[in-house]
Design a protein around this ligand. Structure first.
Ligand SMILES: [Zn+2]
Length: 430
C-alpha cells in the first residue's frame, strides 16, 4: 500500500528503520511444517476469509492434504478468487512475494512455491525473519505446560516474553476443571479461598519466569460485561460444584457469579504484582460468533473499579473504533492495542490511527501485534502492513498540516516501539 501524501515516501522509509514491539503473538514453537502452498494459505487467519467466501464442504476439501490435488485446487481457487483482496489475503500475497518471489498464488506458482517451502521450524530461519522485520521483542500467549513455567524449564521461541493466560482460571464449572487448574502445584483444593491462593501462587510463578502481563480472551465465549458479585455468591457456586464431582454449573447464568468474582480477584492480583492486563476486544478468529459481546465498552465498570490496573485493549476493538477511542481518551488506565487489527481491516486502522492522533494522547497507542501461531513469514508480512498503515495515516496528517514530518516520525516511533516497551517494562534497547 502507498499513501497519497507528498511526504509518504520519506516517512515510510523512516518507519522501515524503526524496530517493532510485537504486542501479541501465539508462537509457542517455531513452525509450522507446511505440506503445500494451499495449506500455507489456509492456515491462520486467511482461512476465515476462505471459509466465509466458500462453504464448510469446500474448506474440508481444500484443507485435507491427502485428497486429490485437482479437487483441492478447484475448491481453493473458487474461494481465492472471491477473497483475495482482504487484509488477510494481502498477508499471504506479501509473504509469497517476499519469500518465494511470486506475485500470485496460481496453479503454476503453486508448484514453484511447493518446491522451496521455508523451513520455519529451524530457529535460525525463524529468528532471521524476525530480524528482517525488525521485530525486537514479542509478547507470547502460548498456553504452555504450567509445570515447566514453574520449574523454569520452558523453552520460548526467539525474542519471546511470556504473558499469563487467565481465562481458564476463572471459567471453572466443575470439580475436575478446578483441580486441573491447580494440578501443577501438586495440590487439591477444597474451598474458594484455597483455590484463589493457589491461583496467586501460580501467577507469581509465571512472573518469576519472566511474564510481563496478564492476558484474557474470554470474549470468545462470554460477554465482557463483568458484574461485581459478592464473595458469598461466588462461593455458593464453587461449593456446589466441588461437593459433588459429577455436577457441572451451566453456561452462562449459573457460572457467572463465580466467573465474574474470580476475574475481579485476578485484577487485584495484577495490581499487586504490577503487571498490565491485555484483554481481547472486538473481532474473533474463526467464523460464526457473536460480536456484540466483545465490544470493549462492556468493560467500563471494570476500568472504573480497577483504576490501579493498566489495561491494554486489543484488536482496536474492530469494528467498534469509536467506543475504544472514547475509553482510551477517558480512562488514564487504558491503552489501545492495534494487534491483529492491521490485517483484519487495514483501511479501518489507517482511519483509526488518524482519529487516535487527533483524540487520544499518542503515548497510549500500541501499533503492532502479529497474532500468528508460529507462521513467522506471515508476521513479517503483517509488520509490513502495519508500517504501511501507520505511514499512510501519519503522512496524511502531515499533508493536512496537523503536525510536521519530524513530529510524525516521533509519533510513529512511539506507536511502534517506545510506548509498548515502557508500558510492559520490557527494557528493550533499540
Ligand atoms: Zn491472539
Amino acid at each position: 500500500m502507498k499513501g497519497a501524501a507528498r511526504c509518504y515516501g520519506k516517512l515510510r522509509e523512516y518507519l522501515g528503520t524503526v524496530p517493532l514491539i510485537d504486542c501479541h503473538d501465539h508462537s509457542g514453537e517455531c513452525g509450522p511444517k507446511y505440506a503445500d502452498p494451499i495449506q500455507m494459505a489456509a492456515t491462520g487467519y486467511f482461512a476465515s476469509d476462505l471459509h466465509s467466501a466458500s462453504s464448510d464442504r469446500d474448506m474440508d476439501i481444500m484443507c485435507v492434504t491427502e485428497r486429490p490435488f485437482e479437487e483441492r485446487w478447484a475448491a481453493f481457487e473458487r474461494a481465492w478468487k472471491r477473497s483475495r483482496h482482504t487484509g488477510y489475503a494481502r498477508v499471504v500475497k506479501i509473504a509469497i512475494k517476499k519469500f518465494y518471489g511470486e506475485d500470485d498464488l496460481t496453479r503454476e506458482s503453486y508448484a514453484r512455491i511447493k518446491d522451496k517451502m521455508l523451513n520455519l521450524q529451524a530457529p535460525s530461519v525463524f529468528e532471521g525473519i524476525l530480524e528482517d522485520a525488525k521485530i525486537a521483542a514479542r509478547l507470547e500467549d502460548v498456553w504452555p505446560d504450567t509445570r515447566k513455567v514453574l520449574d523454569g524449564t520452558l523453552k520460548l521461541t526467539p525474542r519471546a516474553r511470556l504473558v499469563i493466560g487467565i481465562p481458564g482460571y476463572h471459567a471453572i464449572c466443575n470439580y475436575d476443571g478446578v483441580q486441573s487448574m491447580v494440578a501443577p502445584l501438586n495440590r487439591r483444593v477444597t474451598s474458594l479461598d484455597e483455590y484463589i491462593a493457589a491461583c496467586r501462587e501460580i501467577f507469581e510463578g509465571w512472573k518469576r519466569f519472566g511474564a510481563v502481563a496478564f492476558k484474557d480472551q474470554s470474549a470468545y465465549s462470554r460477554s465482557l460485561d463483568y458484574g461485581n458479585p459478592t464473595r458469598a455468591e461466588a462461593e455458593a457456586v464453587f461449593n456446589w460444584i466441588v461437593e459433588d464431582p459429577r455436577r457441572r454449573a451451566s453456561y452462562p447464568d449459573q457460572i457467572k457469579p463465580l466467573d465474574d468474582f474470580l476475574f475481579h480477584e485476578f485484577m487485584r492480583m495484577a495490581r499487586d504484582m504490577e503487571l498490565p492486563v491485555q484483554i481481547h476486544t472486538g473481532h474473533m478468529a474463526g467464523i460464526r460468533n457473536d460480536i456484540a459481546k466483545t465490544n470493549a465498552v462492556h468493560l467500563t465498570k471494570v476500568l472504573e473499579l480497577h483504576r490501579d490496573v493498566k489495561f491494554d485493549l486489543f484488536h482496536a476493538n474492530w469494528p467498534y473504533s469509536g467506543e475504544l477511542l472514547y475509553l482510551a481518551k477517558n480512562f488514564p488506565n487504558v491503552a489501545i492495542d492495534f494487534c491483529w487489527a492491521n490485517i483484519i481491516d487495514p483501511v479501518y486502522c489507517q482511519n483509526m490511527f488518524k482519529q487516535a492522533l487527533s483524540s487520544v494522547p499518542h503515548g497510549k497507542i500500541h501499533g503492532y501485534g502479529s497474532d500468528y501461531c508460529g507462521q513467522v513469514e506471515m508476521s513479517w508480512a503483517h509488520a509490513k502492513i502495519a508500517r504501511d498503515n501507520i505511514a499512510i495515516a501519519l503522512s496524511d496528517m502531515v499533508e493536512m498540516e496537523y503536525l510536521d514530518l519530524d513530529e510524525a516520525k516521533e509519533v510513529a516511533r512511539a506507536w511502534m516501539f517506545d510506548n509498548a516497551n515502557e508500558f510492559f517494562k520490557l527494557g528493550v534497547k533499540a
